[in-house]
Write a protein that binds this ligand. Structure first.
Ligand SMILES: [Zn+2]
Length: 276
């Protein structure tokens, strides 16, 4: 049976020894780029070794084109998850697949209108991240985003990558990038002989410094920021009541979201690095 919302997990086996890998899409149901990419490649995908799990992670949210039903699924990949919501049950099932897998590619999209594709990689996946055709690769998210798929993979000592394939407002645009990264990932683990080439362009490396939480209803950015805007050193770029956020050297901003409720994430601050 081919991959669909009624049959959201497809296992392709080569019958030969090799790596077992997992490719997830639709952890957030409104991020459809990976869902479309997986559905496009699944019918013709043949592998020469090992085994691959192709997974539409949150079929109900995908069907409704919403981020989640009850909870953010990408905060629930926790070894001791004892939650009882719809998404907690999903996470527990999906962790069983990750336990059986040697590596994970998890395809997302940004909820920002103006953004750029980028990769989030855990500490075992920097080499693969360099091989994907993304201009920006980033690490250090797990200090703030506990329960993500790539953090879970790090916890169990395995490579995990999350690709953010453009904006949810332009799903079509980055489907080719998502498909290409699936083939690059499968080639890296020797599951396919693909003609797809690895990235040969320079990449920008970001490490996450801070994820800011809204403390008062007076949180404001000093101007409109988009994903990856570079901040001037010493610039006050946001205020939250009495608090002032001042940029350090070589810093940029991701996911600026002024209108979050108190306690919500209002931005992520990154250091731009020369090397990983
Ligand atoms: Zn997402």
């Amino acid at each position: 049976m081919s991959l669909s919302l009624e049959n959201p997990i497809q296992i392709i086996e080569s019958g030969k020894p090799g790596k077992t890998v997992a490719i997830f899409a639709g952890i957030h149901g409104n991020e459809q780029v990976g869902v479309r990419a997986l559905q496009m490649i699944t019918k013709d995908l043949k592998i020469k070794s090992g085994k691959v799990y192709l997974v539409l992670a949150n079929p109900e949210a995908i069907k409704q084109n919403i981020r989640e039903i009850n909870k953010n699924l990408n905060r629930l990949f926790l070894v001791n998850n004892s939650g009882n919501t719809f998404e907690d049950a999903l996470a527990k099932d999906l962790m069983k697949i990750l336990d059986k897998s040697d590596a994970l590619l998890d395809i997302h999209a940004s909820n920002s209108k103006i953004t750029k594709p980028f990769v989030i990689f855990n500490k075992y996946a920097s080499d693969i991240a360099k091989k994907l055709n993304f201009e920006i690769i980033s690490t250090g998210w797990n200090k703030f985003h506990h329960g993500s798929t790539d953090e879970y993979m790090e916890t169990i000592g395995k490579p995990g990558l999350c690709t953010e394939c453009g904006s949810v407002f332009e799903t079509e645009k980055d489907i080719p990038l998502a498909i290409q990264s699936i083939y690059q990932f499968l080639k890296y683990f020797d599951l396919i002989d693909s003609e797809v080439k690895y990235n040969d362009k320079p990449q920008k490396y970001l490490s996450i410094l801070n994820m800011a939480i809204k403390e008062t209803s007076d949180f404001r950015f000093t101007k409109t920021f988009n994903d990856f805007d570079i901040l001037d050193e010493g610039e006050v770029f946001a205020t939250d009541g009495e608090k002032r956020y001042v940029a350090g050297s070589n810093e940029c901003i991701i996911f600026p979201r002024e209108n979050k409720p108190i306690g919500g994430e209002v931005f992520v601050l990154c250091k731009i690095q020369e090397t990983i």
